[in-house]
Ligand binder design. Structure first.
Ligand SMILES: Cc1ncc(C[n+]2csc(CCOP(=O)(O)OP(=O)(O)O)c2C)c(N)n1
Ligand SMILES: [Mg+2]
Length: 200
């Protein structure tokens, strides 16, 4: 969130129409940098969008045990910006809210906080035994997966068919494989790079 504010401030000062976007979880929204970033972004009307992905779990702590209010988007009022809560797993609503936020930022209207309700299918880290949530929870959640749901909407509107679906999947798999191979074949960074852009 703070680097997104920095990028937004740079865009504003340079007169560019870029909009910075920061993605973070509902757990991260309870940390100090969330409030510090939203305060300055609201005060300086920065072209930045804060996207909180509320998947109900912060590592192993559920939201009811970590967060004083159910809706993180309500916090936007304290920082002079609109707060939009998007219904769970609704891709088209995300698209709409994001489009409006980008347009507002480009017009000089400042930041937006968007909260998207979604689900977490995996543990927080590799090897997380997930003993904190009931067995079978993920199987239930997957029934509301937004990606097949969006495909269903597009098919119903005549915008997607089997051929286009296969082409798109092929293209995405190829892009991911290429990125994976590039990462595997790349040299490790020079350890000295760890100290770049660090001010102490
Ligand atoms: C500045 C900072 N403080 C604390 C942590 C420790 N930490 C790692 S993940 C996490 C909670 C993340 O919860 P959420 O944002 O909901 O992410 P999710 O578990 O859904 O992936 C915390 C507090 C951290 N990584 N960085
Ligand atoms: Mg979370």
């Amino acid at each position: 969130m703070p680097p997104a504010c920095g990028a937004a401030l740079a865009a504003k000062r340079l007169g560019k129409d870029s909009v910075a976007v920061a993605f973070f979880g509902e757990g991260a929204a309870n940390q100090g940098t969330f409030h510090e970033s939203l305060n300055l972004a609201g005060l300086w009307k920065l072209p930045v969008i804060f996207v909180c992905e509320d998947n109900k779990w912060a590592i192993s702590v559920d939201k009811d045990h970590s967060t004083a209010i159910p809706c993180v988007a309500d916090r936007a009022a304290a920082y002079a910006m609109p707060g939009i809560a998007v219904a769970r797993n609704d891709a088209l609503e995300v698209f709409k809210a994001a489009g409006e936020a980008v347009a507002r930022a480009r017009k000089g209207g400042g930041p937006t906080l968007i909260e998207v309700k979604t689900d977490r299918y995996m543990g927080h880290f590799q090897g997380d035994a997930e003993v904190y949530r009931p067995k079978g929870e993920v199987d239930q959640l997957r029934k509301d997966d937004p990606i097949p749901a969006l495909a269903g909407v597009l098919r119903a509107r005549g915008l997607l068919d089997d051929g286009k679906d296969a082409t798109m999947h092929g293209r995405v798999h190829a892009d991911v494989s290429k990125a994976f191979d590039f990462a595997r074949q790349s040299a490790y960074p020079d350890p000295r790079e760890a100290l770049e852009h660090v001010f102490a």
